[in-house]
Design a binder for this molecule. Structure first.
Ligand code: PRP
Length: 192
């Protein structure tokens, strides 16, 4: 990222995971997934907006047939903690023709989003294999009983931005993952 005087990187209190570590882990995850699925064709469902950069980087490591679909789901609704509610349409706006589905999200927090979409995918497409992948796991905040099959990094209960994750629509484009400076986060003083 090119530094500038109005740089958004300086809005971070600290970097939690730098871009080198992210890219290394993404490559490892891709390798593991390729090995586990034995290179079989894959239907990928990526939850947007948060997984945008993660999915783009990950899939480019996979030299196998991939049918990619995205789904916009929001549970944070502009806040710094999950709201406890998501809206899902009655049917998915796509059809999956593969036996293997990989559901990808950026972060697993209360588990509401991943468990809801996972359950719906199984019900609608009845895949032979459905695996879940998240870049970040915030285990401390889990309410819905779900564990991802693949996890990039375990993190503490802190609000993070960057590499797809936002605060009110900003910071998604940062190449690293970090903690916002409290002065930039209007909700930082409100307990979760
Ligand atoms: C975030 C994140 C996950 C979800 C995790 O989405 O991207 O999809 O919340 O929280 P949960 O485990 O409590 O359901 P957000 O609402 O911020 O939407 P976004 O992906 O568009 O940023």
């Amino acid at each position: 990222m090119i530094p500038s005087s109005a740089g958004v990187l300086s809005d971070l209190e600290r970097v939690l995971i730098d871009s080198t570590a992210i890219q290394l882990r993404v490559a490892q995850l891709a390798h593991q997934i390729h090995r586990d699925l034995e290179g079989k064709p894959l239907g990928v469902v990526a939850l947007l907006d948060g997984s945008l950069f993660f999915v783009a980087d990950l899939l480019r490591h996979l030299d196998i047939p991939i049918q990619l679909h995205t789904l916009s789901v929001s549970s944070y609704h502009g806040e710094t903690t999950s709201s406890g509610r998501i809206e899902l349409a009655e049917k998915f706006p796509f059809h999956l023709q593969t036996e293997n589905i990989l559901l990808i999200d950026d972060i697993l927090d209360t588990g509401l989003t991943l468990s809801s979409v996972r359950e719906r995918l199984i019900r609608e497409f009845q895949p032979e294999v459905l695996r879940t992948l998240v870049l970040l796991n915030k285990q401390a905040r889990r309410i819905h009983p779900i564990q991802a099959d693949y996890v990039g990094f375990e993190i503490e209960d802190e609000f993070v931005v960057g590499y797809g994750m936002d605060y009110q629509g900003q910071y998604r484009h940062l190449p690293c993952i970090g903690i916002l400076n409290p002065s930039k986060n209007a909700l930082s003083s409100i307990p979760s």
